[in-house]
Design a protein around this ligand. Structure first.
Ligand code: 13P
Length: 248
């Protein structure tokens, strides 16, 4: 039985002070639900958020991590560093990192494997561009991202894996995939996971949809059988709108 999981991705928004005031507001609104909730924040906010949410069910995640244990990688953060902050999740392979920071299926794979060996769960993002969708290549692209991203992952390690399907054309554009388009791709992701990991392991993986999720469209998306959760960008920055999505 998969528990619905809705995570916010703050991207490069909110200073430490802003994160603390979000947490104070959000805790007043959050009454606890059947939905698991998390906020994935900039590195500088992680410790204060973990502390602010320690007496709640709300989890905290990072947005990236390096795959090496340590080394001369200026500006990067290691798994051990993340572990000490107390986060439970780490986004890997977001399309913005693939587009602007040279993330590839190969680096995503190294990071996912590292995280699956730890107590931090990877939220592995994938999704096609508009050009790829219009060219009829969406399913092919998503399949490749899944196969390469999960290469060498042992099925028994996959229980904590979260996949976020985020069509690049729906991110920050206000153009949401229809629930049918999102559901169709999430069903395809589940089938592909069965091919890669086997039925038992694939059945445990949470599959989220991300891309212009808002309070107005959250229930249509979340009510699709194939979709287990959402990864929310812009609408997670405001405590009321994020709570409205969690309460879909
Ligand atoms: P928006 O919800 O702002 O479209 O962003 C989606 C996203 O990229 C979440 O990771």
């Amino acid at each position: 039985m998969r528990i619905p999981f809705i995570a916010g991705n703050w991207k490069m928004f909110k200073t430490k002070k802003e994160a603390v005031s979000f947490a104070e507001e959000f805790k007043k609104l959050y009454k606890g639900t059947d939905v698991k909730a998390a906020v994935c924040a900039p590195f500088t906010d992680l410790e204060v958020l973990v502390k602010a949410f320690e007496d709640t069910e709300i989890k905290v995640g990072a947005q990236n991590m390096h795959f090496a244990d340590e080394g001369a990688y200026t500006g990067e953060i290691s798994l051990a560093m993340l572990e000490e902050t107390g986060v439970d999740f780490c986004i890997v392979g977001h399309s913005e990192r693939r587009q602007y920071f040279g993330e590839t299926d190969e680096t995503v794979n190294l990071k996912v494997k590292k995280l699956l060996d730890s107590r931090i769960s990877p939220i592995m993002c994938l999704g096609e561009t508009l050009e790829e969708r219009d060219g009829g290549k969406a399913f092919e692209v998503v399949k490749r991202q899944l196969q390469k991203g999960l290469e060498g992952v042992a099925p028994e390690k996959a229980a904590s894996l979260v996949i976020a399907y985020e069509p690049v054309w729906a991110i920050g554009t206000g153009r949401t995939a229809t629930p049918q388009q999102a559901g169709e791709m999430c069903a395809f992701i589940r089938e592909t996971l069965i091919e890669i990991l086997g039925e038992e392991a694939a059945d445990m993986v949470i599959i989220q949809y991300g891309g212009s999720v808002k309070p107005e469209n959250a229930s249509d998306i979340m009510n699709m059988d194939e979709i287990d959760g959402a990864l929310v960008g812009g609408a997670s920055l405001n405590p009321e709108s994020f709570m409205a999505i969690i309460d879909f």
